[in-house]
Design a protein around this ligand. Structure first.
Ligand code: ATP
Length: 513
């Protein structure tokens, strides 16, 4: 546990030290669970967005992208169910005065049971060596079966109680399981209450005439209310999708995990409109596609798992999360939901406008069904950052910190480093910079020893360092150092554009999809 916490602390401090993420309003002691992206963070974030947008919009003829407003008509949130049901169950500890999500306390308890099951599996796998058969062990070992059955029983009881709004039973469950405040150890809990997560704001010049609005808690509704505008103007036929990247706001009860749970964050969402009764096939297809998209980033298959929902949201008939192994355990990175025709039908009812699609093949009108993929941009940022940040001991015993981001996502693609500023090396390096800057985001650095500059660029995730020395002036070659292998080779200045492009373009990522 301590090791995990240290690794996470390192992620947070590295993100600040290298200009990726700062606490919002830091000089005023910060604003809880709100963060600013610095010069390198903004670049990395933009690159992640591009990877998603290109994979969704550019590679799919039947998906288009939009950018809808954050402020929307307040009835939208009534229709979508957010005014009545976008709640989290909260519970306070009377001794520590700390607030928790009751469902998360119970889920964490179950995660500990699963850890115990995994430990049994690990022990047995070591004991049996090559003859170990996981499937047989999982279905016959009484301890593993017991840990899993207990988890299942607890989660389904919680799902039932939350569905029935039986908050007294949620509290009873916490007490029966003897769940304690993870920090103070106290079991002295208040009752469980529902808390709406939407931020309210006002539109209008004077207090009397102002209209109450909400900051959108998800980008999806901007897609739903525009779906017919887009369908008609793009002439799409079902199935087709609308993608969007944008800010969302949630007044989260507990926000203690850096950019994992923020009050202002960004979502990348795609709503796929399909014929009724085909939605579950599309749901399965999108599960596969989205996992492949993640796997292409090269963070390792073992970093991901699906978690099918026991408790379905009010709008869904199937739902799964793609979970990622963050430094604090497996947690939701992306949600894939079969949202039925709930949202469009509700908007028809509340707006009084027809939102039906005319199907030319069937020659009939109907409200399409929807499969949604929804990923938190900031969560993916954290996933990449925490998995790619490594401390390495080199052959000569020295150490380095390297951020081995997929090169297409690296904030800076190459650093141009003159060995020294004098003897014309600075000018020659600058001419290379000025030539390549139209194609790539570059760093130009003259200060510090070359070793220090290499280390600094490793820590920023820069895939290539280009060193200009005295020979460069006469033979027009430079030393090209690879971030991951640290191999240095002599290459022609004239070849730099091609070499950097081959390593850092999006094609390599996208062609795996
Ligand atoms: P959680 O269970 O972690 O609260 P959720 O199920 O409420 O998440 P969704 O409503 O499905 O999340 O939102 C889709 C995606 O948006 C999530 O998979 C996550 O990546 C991201 N997301 C949701 N809430 C936050 C938040 N407070 N901060 C950062 N990202 C978030």
């Amino acid at each position: 546990m301590a090791k995990q916490e240290d690794a996470f602390k390192k992620v947070v401090s590295h993100a600040k030290e290298y200009g990726f993420i700062f606490q919002s309003s830091e000089i005023y002691d910060g604003l809880s669970a709100v963060y600013d992206y610095g010069q390198n963070g903004a670049e990395l974030k933009n690159n992640i967005k591009q990877y998603w947008w290109k994979a969704m919009v550019q590679l799919n003829e039947n998906i288009v992208g939009i950018d809808s407003a954050i402020l929307m008509h307040p009835t939208i949130w009534k229709a979508s169910g957010h005014v009545d049901a976008f709640n989290d169950p909260l519970i306070d500890n009377k001794d520590s005065k700390k607030r928790f999500r009751a469902d998360v306390l119970i889920e964490d308890y179950c995660a500990k049971l699963e850890d115990k099951a995994q430990k049994e599996i690990e022990k047995a796998s070591k004991r049996f060596g090559e003859s170990f058969d996981l499937a047989t062990f999982e279905t016959t070992n009484t301890r593993v079966i017991d840990y899993r059955e207990r988890q299942k029983a607890i989660l389904s009881r919680m799902a039932k109680s939350l569905d029935n709004n039986d908050l007294a039973d949620v509290k009873a469950l916490i007490e029966e399981l003897e769940i304690a405040d993870p920090d103070s150890g106290s079991k002295n809990w208040t009752d469980v209450r529902q808390f709406n997560l939407m931020f309210g704001t006002k539109l209008g010049a004077s207090a009397e005439n102002a209209t109450d609005l909400y900051l959108r808690p998800e980008t999806a509704q901007g897609i739903f209310v525009n779906y017919l505008n887009v369908q008609k103007t793009s002439r799409q036929k079902l199935p087709f999708g609308i993608a969007q990247i944008g800010k969302a706001f949630r007044n989260e009860i507990v926000a203690r995990q850096f950019i994992f749970r923020m009050r202002e964050f960004e979502q990348m969402e795609m709503q796929f409109f399909v014929q009724p009764h085909t939605e579950l096939d599309h749901f399965e297809a999108w599960k596969k596609k989205r996992l492949n998209w993640h796997l292409a980033l090269g963070l390792g298959q073992e970093s991901y798992k699906f978690h099918d929902h026991e408790k379905l949201a009010h709008y869904a008939n199937a739902a799964t999360d793609i979970e990622f192994k963050f430094p604090f355990g497996f947690k939701e990175l992306e949600g894939i939901h079969s949202r039925t025709n709930f949202d469009l039908a509700a908007h028809e009812k509340f707006s009084g406008k027809k939102l039906q699609y005319f199907d030319p093949e069937k020659n009939e009108n109907y409200v399409p069904y929807v499969v949604e993929t929804s990923i938190g941009l900031d969560r993916l940022f954290l996933a990449l950052f925490s998995k790619c940040l490594k401390d390495e001991v080199l052959e000569d015993g020295s150490e380095r910190t390297v951020l081995s981001l997929p090169p297409a996502l690296s904030p800076i693609k190459a650093a141009i480093l003159p060995l020294m500023k004098k003897d014309g090396l600075g000018e020659y390096a600058e001419s290379i910079y000025n030539d390549l800057k139209f194609d790539f985001n570059l760093n130009y650095e003259e200060k510090d020893s070359i070793g220090k500059r290499y280390r600094r660029n490793d820590a920023l995730g820069t895939p290539y360092c280009i060193t200009v020395d005295h020979d460069s002036l006469t033979d027009h070659t430079v030393t090209l150092r690879d971030r991951d292998t640290m191999v240095q080779e002599r290459v022609k200045v004239a070849d730099l554009r091609r070499i950097i492009d081959e390593k850092t373009n999006f094609r390599t990522l996208l062609s795996q999809l």
